[in-house]
Design a protein around this ligand. Structure first.
Ligand SMILES: [Zn+2]
Length: 132
């Protein structure tokens, strides 16, 4: 059941349409040479991973939202755990966390974004070509 959920595609790095093919070439976001590389289309169902030029421009908003979420989480966690920490350290920690999370949030942003536009259909619709 979980496999049919968009969360499966987002968290397992799978094609938004068939949930079978890899979305990013590597599953490791900290492989810094490869983490942002994705094939032109899904090797299993043929779904284009960049349906139109500039498609991922909008993913920046998702990325921004994820950044804010990281910011709030780290800020709140740090304030609760070490209430006496100087603000300078707090800011450094938050920035560090955002930097550290960058490869993960970059990939999540793209996966979330394409999942907003491409529906899961399973891999049986292989022949159907998709022009979004
Ligand atoms: Zn696919």
């Amino acid at each position: 059941m979980f496999k049919e959920s968009k969360l499966y595609s987002i968290f397992k790095n799978k094609c938004p349409k068939c949930h079978e093919g890899q979305f990013f070439q590597t599953n490791n976001p900290y492989n810094l040479a490869e983490f942002s590389k994705m094939p032109e289309k899904c090797p299993v169902c043929g779904q284009k991973y960049e349906p139109e030029t500039g498609f991922y421009f909008g993913a920046m908003y998702v990325s921004y939202a994820l950044g804010v979420a990281i910011f709030v989480t780290v800020w709140v966690a740090t304030s609760v755990l070490t209430p006496d920490l100087a603000v300078g350290w707090l800011i450094a920690l938050v920035l560090g966390a955002i930097l550290l999370m960058f490869p993960v949030s970059f990939r999540l942003a793209r996966l979330i974004w394409i999942n907003l536009f491409v529906k899961y259909t399973g891999k049986d619709n292989k022949v159907q070509h998709n022009h979004n």
